[in-house]
Design a binder for this molecule. Structure first.
Ligand code: COA
Length: 164
């Protein structure tokens, strides 16, 4: 990992007061970004929402995930364009997996655009398997639709965790 790789960002819960910064990143990172309402609804619903905040630069990445009975569904994972490729997505996914383990959730699920090679590479590298396709799941330019690849990961217990 290079010296640039560790911006010293700290992980904390997302709050409504973060949403100006989050929306600025969201608009720069996606052709079809979430709306402010999507974030407000997620916070109101009590979904897991975490930000990575760097000391001088503020929020540099975030995730939103919805817990189910035995599983977690990752809804949004974003790193600010100027902060990508420094291991921050890995750090956010570490936190998500740790939360799954702490809450006894054994599966992680997500959808990703078929054309999003960076994200698919990130998840594949992380051990996620491509387990399905949702046809026309996402909006695409010129009023077209794009397929989503469904990916899942069995969350491994920490070495030393009690096995029953
Ligand atoms: C996808 C995204 C979250 C990756 O964030 P990141 O902080 O740059 O990723 P990391 O630095 O933690 O990279 C982890 C691994 O992901 C893969 N990866 C990340 N960016 C990549 C790229 N541009 N090309 C190829 N692989 C890439 C690599 O395997 C990388 O490991 P390596 O650097 O050791 O090779 C980021 O590019 C992003 O926010 N993109 C826009 C929003 C988005 O597409 N989110 C995902 C929606 S499902």
């Amino acid at each position: 990992m290079s010296a640039l790789a560790r911006p010293g960002a700290a992980l904390r819960a997302m709050t409504v007061s973060d949403l100006d910064a989050v929306m600025a990143i969201e608009a720069g990172a996606y052709s079809f970004p979430w709306t402010r309402g999507n974030f407000i609804d997620s916070l109101a619903a009590g979904y897991l929402a975490l930000v990575l905040a760097a000391p001088q630069d503020g929020i540099v990445g975030y995730l939103v995930a919805m817990a189910g009975v035995d599983e977690m569904h990752l809804l949004n994972l974003t790193v600010a364009p100027g902060w990508q490729r420094r291991g921050l997505a890995r750090e956010l996914l570490d936190a998500l997996e740790a939360r799954c383990r702490a809450d006894g959730l054994s599966m992680l699920w997500l959808e990703v655009r078929h054309s999003n090679e960076r994200a698919r590479a990130l998840y594949a590298r992380r051990g996620f398997a491509e387990v399905g396709l949702r046809r026309g799941y996402y909006p695409a330019p010129l009023s077209k639709r794009e397929d989503a690849v469904v990916m899942s990961l069995r969350v491994q217990p920490e070495a030393g965790d009690a096995l029953e």
